[in-house]
Ligand binder design. Sequence first.
Ligand code: ADP
Ligand code: ADP
Length: 228
Amino acid sequence: EPYIALSGIRKGYRIGGEAIPIFSNLDLAIPRGDFVAIMGPSGSGKSTLLNMLAGIDRPDAGTLRIGSSRLDQMGEAARSSWRAHHMGIVFQFYNLLPMLTAAENVELPLLLKPLSARERRTRVDKVLDLVGLAGREKQYPAMMSGGQQQRVGIARAIVSDPGLLLCDEPTGDLDRKSADEVLEMLRFLNRELGKTIVMVTHDPQAALYAKRTLHLDKGDFIEEKRAA
Ligand code: ADP
Ligand code: ADP
């Protein structure tokens, strides 16, 4: 049984009185431990798909299950709580809070958990070390390069130890070298820590790091490539 299962998903938007369909019958199965890159032209529905996986948007019809949770049947509050406990999200523009240090940004998801300040500190130090930022705990985002900021973003996404990472154009704002470092890190999290990763990307290089690449066009997946 796949970890993530979308079946018969229908999703569209209303602009004014007009209904604009994006997905009319989308199916997708992702086993635990997979690393999937989702590519496709602008407007093909990549963000909409990621938002449904994140529980931000709900499908209009069809089933969306992650683990044992039926996200399509959950209300907004339940999805929001589910998201905080089961997944980490990595954003194109990092989404760090500028008035907080690297360590304080990474600590944020832990404030929802019953942990002591000491336990939070231990976990934050561990993940900052894992992403190669030991010693930079007290730096503010503005003092860091884009690649370093994205590594703070990755540390924040994994600090609660979720099984699933969703990445929205994680290399979209980075130079090639920083992008490759971030992709290496995602591959490490997938291979060594068993994280399931779903990554939306325009970066053809990113597909080389994923286990498979799905191309989305006109509301459906048109081809699939597996890494050799
Ligand atoms: P992608 O991420 O592949 O560029 P999106 O998922 O953002 O595609 O968008 C798919 C289609 O849905 C586009 O035509 C877009 O204009 C439309 N769309 C996306 N979000 C909304 C929204 N909130 N309201 C109206 N239309 C939307
Ligand atoms: P979460 O604890 O965030 O809900 P999951 O739903 O991914 O994580 O995990 C549910 C169960 O599966 C947990 O007991 C977890 O330890 C286990 N698990 C998580 N990732 C893996 C993996 N890569 N391989 C095997 N088991 C896993």
